[in-house]
Design a protein around this ligand. Structure first.
Ligand code: EPU
Length: 316
């Protein structure tokens, strides 16, 4: 089944948190509620429907919050930085939970960085660099939160965040508990981890190599330059749409088929990097999904390769 037909067939149920008892319980847990929030404003693609947004920086409130939502039959999704996400259009059938970063969100202890999952990835890399802790130079231009980077094992220019993970604190829906996993208990592969899809990242301890700031800065400048020259920065995108198939480059294949500039509505294959699909104005999720399906089909026909989405799609 292709994504667009799934999209059309599923019928969303509107979810509202208006029950006064629920509203009072949320306030007691220290959870902020923002009604009728547009996910288009919370995602780098600028696409997505509306729902209620629940935000907190209190990790210990998460288990009670989830129990509360379950007790009232309210489905939910966890949102990180929204930079690798394509959200369906219209009224969304779930509420969205988002961690807010506390102050400070990075605490250093020797070569260890204790980082809140809601911390901005770029600012974390820079903060660690200023304290002579390197290794993550390649991640400097990757948008999003540390938690988001962790759950998908974000990487660029030969490095991946998983290599530096010493410990992760997460909320596991399966056990309904906050748990701590050591690095060796987690498998980090290319844009994939052993976390369950509904695990919520809360905090991480990274163990980073010591390096003089000047040297790290040099590495950061090189990565920034490479990124600026090959990727459509400053345009609405979710980074690379497809994972690279083993031994090949999705961007190169799409480019070789002459698909740069291909559009469905305001969704367009970037002219700069063919694995970036951009929202040039008011693209809908349906436009973007139709473009994804079209490009995937053409690549399969030409190269006998089925491209897998790298971007996370919330269509359920
Ligand atoms: N290429 C083209 N045309 C294009 C794009 C790329 O011919 O339109 C060629 C390039 O010239 C190069 C090769 O394809 O020879 C690979 O391109 P690039 O160096 O841009 O790397 P990529 O494989 O397309 C990966 C990651 C990026 C990451 C860069 C740099 C994936 C899916 N993509 O891109 O990550 O920034 O390497 O390390 O793994 C992301 O995860 O969202 C992402 C953008």
């Amino acid at each position: 089944m292709n994504l667009s037909s799934f999209w059309e067939r599923s019928t969303p149920r509107t979810v509202r948190l208006e029950d006064p008892k629920v509203v009072a319980a949320l306030a007691e847990l220290g959870v902020q509620r923002e009604s009728h929030t547009s996910l288009a404003e919370l995602t780098s693609l600028g696409i997505g429907g509306t729902t209620d947004l629940l935000r907190t920086c209190r990790h210990e409130a998460i288990p009670d919050l989830l129990r509360l939502l379950d007790a009232h039959g309210v489905p939910h999704r966890f949102l990180g930085g929204g930079s690798n996400l394509l959200v369906r259009d219209g009224e969304l059938p779930w509420v969205v939970l988002q961690l807010v970063s506390p102050e400070p969100d990075v605490v250093l202890e020797g070569n260890l960085a204790h980082v809140d999952a809601a911390a901005d990835l770029g600012r974390t890399v820079t903060y660690c660099a200023k304290h002579d802790l390197g290794g993550m130079e390649g991640l400097i231009g990757v948008p999003g939160t540390v938690g988001g980077a962790l759950r998908m094992n974000a990487g660029a220019y030969g490095m991946q965040i998983g290599a530096y993970v010493r410990e992760v604190k997460l909320y596991r829906v399966a056990t309904r508990k906050i748990e701590t996993l050591r690095g060796h208990q987690i498998s980090f592969e290319y844009r994939h981890t052993s976390f369950a899809p509904d695990d919520m990242m809360l905090a991480v301890i990274l163990e980073l190599p010591s390096k003089p700031y000047k040297e790290i800065l040099q590495g950061i400048r090189i990565c920034n330059e490479k990124r600026r020259s090959s990727q459509p920065l400053g345009q609405k995108s979710a980074g690379c749409i497809f994972k690279n198939p083993p031994g090949a480059s999705a961007g190169r294949m799409i480019d070789e088929l002459g698909l740069k500039g291909l559009r469905v509505g305001d969704a367009q294959v970037s002219d700069r990097h063919a694995n970036f699909f951009i929202n040039t104005g008011r693209a809908s999720a349906s436009d973007m999904l139709a473009l994804i399906a079209d490009v995937r089909e053409r690549v399969t026909k030409a190269f006998d390769v089925v491209l897998e989405c790298e971007v996370v799609v919330w269509n359920g």
